[in-house]
Design a binder for this molecule. Structure first.
Ligand code: PEP
Length: 253
């Protein structure tokens, strides 16, 4: 059975002090949900701090983006190799804020997925439709196009060490959440697509849901057959809320 994963995307929030305190609280709470895999995605300047606090524990960490080049004259950018040096297991690729605010196209996202997995990171590929696309009945077409761009460049085999995250854009940071049934339908669509290409990978790949996940809705979402956990933005910034989601994710609790 796939283990539930709860991942906190801190976005560009906080200070070193906040990162230390949040990570410390999450580390202390880990024994409460031994069946849940927990990861945090702090801003890049705090990755080394995470490494110093969490190395040797079962708390994992990752970065929010990477440059697709291995090295070179790319002022301000960070490569996958550098993220590996900082102990990252994961990196988000294709988060809707990267797509909409930084102009990352499907092709750019595929390049980043490729670079991440080549560097030995597990990409967390984020896909999701806008409100207009959902209302036009285009949800499946949109998420399929976003996944296809990566499949065309990298092939299905690279998804053996990757995570998918379905994040409807209209639910991110808005307080609106897809109902468990709405989310499950898209997750099932994505899983069956992967399974048609490779039955083993389709069966094992984790598909996280993201979009206003809170302690009050986590358990219902994660109870769905094809929802393997959550990618959490706002609620990951407060230890009490994030730990509440992790508790809600636990089937031991
Ligand atoms: C996100 O940023 O990936 C996210 C899901 O944010 P929120 O939980 O705040 O909607």
């Amino acid at each position: 059975m796939r283990r539930i994963m709860v991942a906190g995307n801190w976005k560009m929030h906080g200070t070193a002090e906040m990162a230390r305190s949040l990570a410390g609280d999450v580390l202390a709470a880990l024994p409460e949900f031994p069946d849940v895999d927990v990861a945090v995605f702090p801003p890049a300047p705090y990755l080394a701090l995470l490494q110093s606090l969490a190395e040797g524990s079962r708390l994992e960490w990752g970065a929010q983006t990477l440059n697709p080049n291995a090295e070179g004259a790319y002022t301000g950018e960070v490569s996958g190799v550098m993220l590996r040096d900082l102990g990252c297991r994961y990196v988000l690729v294709g988060h809707s804020e990267r797509r909409s605010l930084f102009g990352e196209s499907d092709t750019d996202v595929a390049e980043r997925f490729d670079a991440a997995s080549t560097a030995g990171l597990e990409p967390v590929l984020c896909v999701g439709e806008t409100r207009e696309e959902r209302e036009a009945g285009r949800t499946e077409e949109v998420v399929e196009r976003q996944v296809d761009a990566v499949l065309e460049r990298c092939g299905i085999g690279r998804f053996e060490q990757a995570v998918l995250a379905y994040e409807p854009v209209w639910a991110i940071g808005t307080g609106l959440t897809a109902t468990p049934e709405e989310a499950q339908a898209v997750h099932a669509f994505l899983r069956s697509k992967m399974a048609r290409l490779d039955g083993t990978i389709g069966g094992q790949i984790r598909i996280l849901y993201g979009g206003s996940v809170k302690a009050s809705n986590a358990a219902d979402l994660f109870a769905q057959e094809d929802i393997d956990g959550g990618l959490v933005g706002g609620a990951s910034l407060k230890a009490h809320d994030f730990i509440g989601i992790c508790r809600g994710a636990s089937r031991d609790g």
